[in-house]
Write a protein that binds this ligand. Structure first.
Ligand code: VGL
Ligand code: ZN
Length: 198
């Protein structure tokens, strides 16, 4: 019975002062580091967008950051430019342990965003993480990181759908809370069977 810790997007652009800052994002780093030794497998994800990515408001003339648009795969929030491949903003947070087993990058296709660590936002294109975890005998996943209401929630909901036992450490996550998105995400996760702890 394998248990994995999946650390979602603890990157400079999501820390206070970053391009898409999440309040208190820096506070979770020591707790995440301490938790890593308790797991059979540790995976870190990195939001990893090419310049001019379709999820950036700057790629849509006239669109304001944090506004909503329709993509072929459904509604999509338009974000400030963030986590551009190879930039300082895309680097892991200072002090975060990066001695985990796998670093998984996502959001690298120009035309589709990827909140979840398992599937892109079209809900069908896999990242490969399911196969990685299952082939290592992992049946249970604990999620921490940024942001609770976007990449962490999408990852948790997909993990449940894929048959993993899923726990979310709320004390080791921070949210963006765009128009009530944090409360909605927590309720959706609770309803889906994600165990909320911390
Ligand atoms: C995220 C918005 C855009 C996240 C990533 O990591 O939650 N949010 N890209
Ligand atoms: Zn992103």
């Amino acid at each position: 019975m394998g248990e994995a810790l999946v650390v979602i997007d603890v990157q400079n652009d999501f820390l206070p002062g970053g391009a898409l800052a999440v309040a208190g994002g820096d506070e979770i780093v020591p707790g995440i580091n301490a938790l890593m030794d308790e797991f059979h497998a540790v995976v870190l994800t990195q939001d990893w967008h090419p310049a001019g990515h379709s999820s950036f408001a700057s790629s849509h003339p006239g669109a304001a950051p944090m506004s909503l648009t329709q993509m072929p795969y459904g509604p999509q929030v338009l974000w400030p430019d963030h986590c551009v491949q190879g930039s300082e903003g895309a680097a892991f947070a200072p002090g975060l342990r990066v001695d985990g087993d796998l670093i998984l990058r996502k959001g690298f296709r120009p035309e589709v965003d990827s909140y979840s660590a398992f599937f892109e936002n079209d809900h069908t294109t896999p990242t490969g993480l399911e196969g990685y975890l299952k082939s290592r005998g992992i049946t249970s996943v604990t999620l921490v990181g940024l942001a609770t209401d976007f990449c962490v929630a999408y990852s948790a909901l997909d993990a449940v759908k894929l048959g993993f036992t899923v726990e979310l450490r709320r004390d080791l996550c921070r949210g963006i809370d765009l128009d009530g998105s944090l409360g909605a995400a927590v309720e959706e996760m609770r309803g889906a069977g994600v165990m909320l702890r911390g």
